[in-house]
Design a protein around this ligand. Structure first.
Ligand code: SF4
Length: 440
């Protein structure tokens, strides 16, 4: 009988890029013979893939890893590792502060995990946090079976250095993957069953193939040639770099979903300037108007930070007003928090937690009203839904996403899962739409 396989448990915090990286880690470890453990208690290796974009996420990491101390005391052979943005930011400090931690790997050192594991096995604790000049990623070996939706990173890092953001410091400067690698990875995933692919990058608009110079709209066009791919989408676009060519691609390529995440961060010119975003409110809204003209029915997503240092009530009201003017379908909103290395952390005029919390609550309330109106206005439209399977709530209901990425629930037979369905929208709710299945 062969030896029992080792088992790994991975906890992921943060954005889709971290989810993607955790997928890579799982793939890498599978090649070393690791199987997945459902709970940390069952694992021989526990990895925490971290996020440092918000202070709260960072705190969660410390408390989670701290809580593993007891497990390590009971089972000294257990290996505990921290990867991702907090690892990149803190490096050796994490090993110094957490004696039961065995290894730390930064955002650029993911592929070197096997080396760290081997050292940890010999009792050497080490932190690897070099940032490579080029993404070290090779196309993922395609899994035997992929889910309906899959993620593929096209570029990493960011050159924008917005004054509040830690990303350029923990993910490094912009590095694009060769188009051929991206296409090979996406092709492998579609052959394994994926039908919808989300391309990831901190600013996909800056994508440039390092060899032939292909730009992002060009990459989208090539990916649309994959025969088994039904839908393609991407995130995130920096508003200052959103080009007419990309809007045209969104309008003209049938497989590209009609949705765009275009983070504004604030509706006030004064705050936008202090954030170093590189556009004014007017310029942002001009791009939104241009997009809506070219891509009717497009679903727009935004990000708003409330309580940036020095944000006045009037600045905040301009952000509230922006929600209405932009007409967001989905909104990610956050309270400002100081992040290490950033210019904003050194600014005066910090707001109290209470003011930030109140502003965030007002922002949510307004957005909920607006999105409800928007969703109600969609009643009567016929949409094409990529069916994901049974809805979590509501017996006999299926759930899926329309071409604009809105969640649609409707009664239908489970065999429709994985395929496209025509659905008439009957009711708009805050977080989803209800519909009725139409004949194909
Ligand atoms: S564009 Fe600005 S907010 Fe976005 S990742 Fe880059 S520095 Fe951060």
């Amino acid at each position: 009988m062969g030896a029992t396989a080792k088992r790994v448990h991975i906890t992921t915090f943060g954005c889709q890029m971290n989810e993607y990286d955790s997928g890579r880690l799982a793939g890498l470890l599978a090649e070393l013979g690791y199987e997945r453990a459902e709970a940390p208690q069952e694992a021989d290796l526990i990895l925490v893939n971290t996020c440092s974009v918000r202070q709260r996420a960072e705190h969660k990491v410390y408390s989670l890893v701290g809580a593993l101390k007891e497990l390590k005391q009971r089972r000294p052979g257990l290996i505990i590792g921290v990867g991702g943005c907090v690892a990149q930011q803190e490096g050796q400090k994490l090993l110094d502060q957490i004696p039961h931690l065995d290894l730390v790997f930064g955002t650029g050192a993911l592929e070197r995990l096997p080396e760290l594991l081997e050292e940890a096995g010999r009792g050497h604790r080490r932190a690897l946090v070099d940032l490579p000049a080029a993404p070290a990623r090779q196309p993922l070996r395609a899994p035997a079976r992929a889910g309906l939706k899959a993620l593929v990173t096209v570029m990493e890092g960011c050159d924008n250095f917005c004054s509040y953001c830690v990303v350029p410091h923990v993910r490094g400067r912009e590095r694009s993957r060769p188009a051929a690698e991206v296409i090979a990875e996406a092709a492998g995933l579609t052959q394994a069953g994926a039908r919808e692919i989300t391309l990831l990058g901190q600013n996909v608009n800056s994508y440039r193939d390092p060899g032939e110079g292909l730009d992002f709209p060009g990459l989208l066009k090539r990916l649309c040639g994959l025969p088994q791919l039904t839908r393609l989408t991407f995130t995130t676009s920096h508003p200052k770099d959103l080009s007419f060519r990309l809007m045209e691609a969104l309008a003209g390529l049938d497989k590209v979903m009609k949705k765009l995440h275009l983070p504004a961060q604030s509706g006030s010119d004064r705050v936008l300037k202090a954030m170093g975003r590189g556009y004014t409110r007017r310029q942002y809204l001009d791009k939104v108007e241009g997009l809506r003209r070219l891509v009717p029915g497009v679903a727009l997503g935004g990000d708003i930070i409330v309580g940036f240092p020095g944000e006045s009530e009037e600045d905040f009201e301009q952000s509230l007003e922006l929600l209405e003017l932009a007409g967001y379908d989905f909104l990610y909103s956050f309270k400002y928090s100081d992040r290490p290395f950033t210019r904003a952390s050194r600014l005066s005029g910090k707001l109290s937690e209470e003011v930030k919390a109140q502003r965030l609550a007002r922002l949510h309330a307004r957005q909920n009203q607006l999105v409800l109106e928007l969703h109600r206005s969609l009643a009567g439209q016929v949409v094409q839904v990529l069916v994901e399977g049974p809805a979590k709530k509501g017996a006999g209901l299926l759930t899926g996403r329309c071409q604009a990425g809105r969640a649609v629930n409707f009664p239908g037979p489970p065999e429709l899962a994985g395929g496209l369905a025509r659905v008439r929208i009957e009711e708009g709710l805050v977080n989803s739409l209800r519909g009725r299945l139409l004949p194909a």
